[in-house]
Each structure stands twice: as C-alpha cells, then as structure tokens.
Design a binder for this molecule. Sequence first.
Ligand code: NAD
Length: 544
Amino acid sequence: MYRYLGELVTRAAASGSLASGCVDSALPASATLMRVRRYSEAVGEKDDDPNFFRMVEGFFDRGASIVEDKLVHDLKTRETPEQKRHRVRGILKIIKPCNHVLSVSFPIKRDNGEWDVIEGYRAQHSQHRTPCKGGIRYSTEVSVDEVKALASLMTYKCAVVDVPFGGAKAGVKINPKNYSDTELEKITRRFTIELAKKGFIGPGIDVPAPDMSTGEREMSWIADTYANTMGHNDINAYACVTGKPISQGGIHGRISATGRGVFHGIENFVNEAAYMSQLGLNPGFGDKTFVIQGFGNVGLHSMRYLHRNGAKCVGVGELDGSIWNPNGIDPKELEDYKLANGTIVGFPNASPYEGSILEAECHILIPAASEKQLTKKNANNIKAKIIAEGANGPTTPEADKIFLERNIMVIPDMYLNAGGVTVSYFEWLKNLNHVSYGRLTFKYERDSNYHLLMSVQESLERKFGKHGGAIPIVPTSEFQDRIAGASEKDIVHSGLAYTMERSARQIMRTANRYNLGLDLRTSAYVNAIEKVFKVYHDAGLTFT
Ligand code: NAD
C-alpha cells in the first residue's frame, strides 16, 4: 500500500525493499501507513494548478504524517503519550508556515527619463538555523506565494543536505530583458538597501544567492552595496551574499555547482541496481538518454556533467523552441551557439522538435526551467522512467501521484538541486574564515608528499642496496596530480560529491524504513522534518 495524502493507492511495486545497504529497522509499518490524516488541501485542487506554497505544504504534510509516530516515540521527556503527541504536533505546526515576508516597492528612473515602480519580495521561512539562505530571481511571474513556497523548500533542502541554514527566497517582479545593464544595477542595488533596512540581508541574518535570471554580476552588486552601506563596519560584510565572482570573495565551482549536484544526485540513484531493476533499466549512464527543459544555469551544467559521464542528451527545450538529435547534442557546441545567437533555436547539429519536449522519448527527463511544468495534463504522456528535478517545484502533487502509479522515479528538487546551496555554504564559510581553501596547507602538503616518496626510496635502498643505481620512486599520474595538495576547486568538488552521496543514502534508508518504494520525495521530506524538528525541540519553546 502506498499512502498518498489521505488516500490509499495500491502499488505492488512500492512494497519492494529497494536500497542496498539499508540497515535501519522499520517502525511498525502498518501502524504508520494505514493511518490517514489530512493536514492540507493542496492536493486535489480540481484544475491541478495548485497554489505553489500550498503545494509545498501538501508535500510537507505527507512527510509529517508519516514521521509523526516516530517523533512521538523518540521523545525522551517525562510526559504522557498524549502530551508528547501535542508537543510533536505543535512543533510540526511551527515548522510549516513562513516566519517573515517582506514586500517592497521602490521607484527607479529609467534611461529614457521615465519612472518605473519595481515590486520585490523576500520570504524567510525559518530561523531554526541562521542565517536564512535562498536565491533571488528576476521574473514577471514572481509573487508573494512563489517566494514563500521557494523559501520553505529551501528550509527542507538545507536540512536534507545538512547545510545549517534556514530557508529564504527573494523575487523581483521584472523581465530583466526589458532593462539596460545600468537599470538592472540600479534595481539590484536599491533592492539590497530595502532588504538591509528591514533586516532581510546580512552575513548572520539572511544571505541571498543567484536564481533564475540572476548570477555573479547581480551578486557582486549586492555585496558591494551592502559592504559600502549597512555593512561598512562589519569585517564579514561580503558574506552577506553567495554566488559572487572570485574577485569579490566567491568560490571556485559555484556557478556550475547546481548542475554538478544534479549530476551526482542522478548518479547515486542510477548506479543503484535495485532501483534500476525496479524501473527495468540497467545501472550506469552508458546506455541512458536524457532531455533537458531550460538551457540556463542549471540546465547547461547538468547537461555538461551528464554528457561527460557517458549519458546522451537527445533533446533540449527552451521558451522559444526545442531541438532534437537522437545521436546526441554536444553541450559545448550548444552553449557556444546560444552565446552567439541568444537562442538554441536553429542550432545546426540538431533538428527542431515539434510538440512538448517534456513528453519526448528518453530515459531521464530533467525539468530545469521553472515550477509546475509537470501536471495532471501531461503526466500520463511522459516517456522518461526517471524525472530528475533540476528546477524547484516542477511537479504538481497530482502529477507526482501519477508518476508513482506509473512506476516512474522522481528524484526530488529538494535533494537534487541542493548542490547550489551546498557550495554557497562553502563560500560563506570561506568568507567568514577570510582565507581560501588550501591556502595555508598547499606547501606543507606538497612537502609532506615528497618526504613520503623520499622516505620510501631510502627504505628500499637501505634494504636492497644501490648496486643497480638509485631506486627511483615514480608517483602514478593520479598521485602526481594530487601531490601539490588539494586546490579550492578540488575541495569544493569532493565536498559536494560527498554531500550528495551521503544524502542519497539517507533518502534510500528512509524510503526503505517506511516502505515508500519510489516515493523519494516523501522520504526526503521525512528526513528534513526529522532534522528541523530536532533543532526546534532541543532549542526549547520557552517563549510560547
Ligand atoms: P536561468 O534563468 O539561468 O535558466 C532558466 C532557463 O529556463 C532560461 O533559459 C529560460 O529561458 C528557460 N525557461 C523558462 N521557462 C521555460 C519553459 N517553460 N520552457 C522551457 N524553458 C524555459 O535559471 P536557473 O538558475 O538555471 O534556474 C532554473 C531552475 O532551477 C529554477 O527553478 C531555479 O529555482 C532552480 N534552481 C536554481 C539554482 C541555481 O543555483 N541557479 C539552484 C537551485 C535551483
């Protein structure tokens, strides 16, 4: 039985034990799985266009209802079972809503002398850990609900990958293509000041990052504005934002971090034989094709790493058109074409694709554009066996349910695209430490490695003599590459790979423990809720 937000859906496949190496004992499964509880009404909205915030709440509720018994069971207090349940439900209620939402409007004078009033928002979902963390997007679709939803997703995402931040998100309601660079700089700087005035930015309070239509340039303007105004007397001022260029305190590997994380996230599941056999696929990337929707930061870098590791990109979709080549599309060629032409349409080494690229034939579908792309309307037409959520919130609850019924594996956003915030965390730490990774140890490590080789050589010569000449110790090419010690990039890459692997194992273990089958989203929520719950519980609730 698979329980879906108050419904019971029978799926024989879901009862299989999947993850290898899973050791945790299960709670009495029947007690947990048979209980039916509705916390929210997000699922079941008739037109399958749920309010985004309620959609995230609905996913949270699903996870919360599964883990509630365990949370009560694990409480080490001298309360009655009833009091414990009250406590658990109370804390779950505290976790769910958005703590603070800021809405601002401010004027800018345009290059042509006209005036515009710009709207922007920042939501801080949770301060159970500080600072809050989350991107800033520029889009005409931005709304209060959207930033609240994305902020709450950030809380759970950070918890899933053990990044010690609360969730936040900002949006400025503009189409950046309609503004000149000078105008965009004015908007970004003024928005930063508005955030700073209200306590919505600062190295220990709230730390934005890039998201849709923002990047290094905007992050640099934000850092510069903060450091030269509110943060002028704060030595950590540049830690007020991440995703900065290296010259402004950024870190190597941040631009591609989300895509790299998407690759590692897929890799962890694609290499798991038990999951692949459930989907009727072979483990590994060698025989896999994939399709990407959205050729922006996340889409491009996901494509690069998957391509490098043997998977074949057969289709790419953008707002103005999609392209298709069953023999594979080269990411570098496509990137260069887009840089030169401003579009992927007309790319010479592929044909135009008519129809929805989401419904194209492939093994792995990567929505990397925006939310609510996979809905009840198209979920039954999806051909992919794996949906890898590069974007935030691309799947509606109704579509999610259909994918589970159709035995399609969805690797959820809150885990899969967490590479960005993970490397942002590394950048923030670098800024607080005021030193780049490896800076203090490069020479020491290199000297130690040479001493090690010399010591091996001397030992061998002592034992066997030097009759045939000195015994040369030749490092392998892999060791030679590492002999000088780890660079910042090496540290970021290995830290990210480790994070994605550890979290994948946690998700698999939880899916196994609660008999969730392919419902990795609920599993990830359960993990996140358990972690956030523990912080709230251990901190105490004296003020309430
Ligand atoms: P981006 O602006 O760099 O790229 C988005 C691309 O998707 C653009 O090229 C846009 O034209 C295209 N697009 C938008 N709507 C589309 C549609 N309906 N069909 C096809 N193409 C469409 O943005 P990004 O930073 O790559 O973010 C993409 C998604 O990933 C968002 O949901 C974002 O929240 C999420 N995300 C981004 C990061 C990050 O570090 N940038 C981290 C985590 C999650």
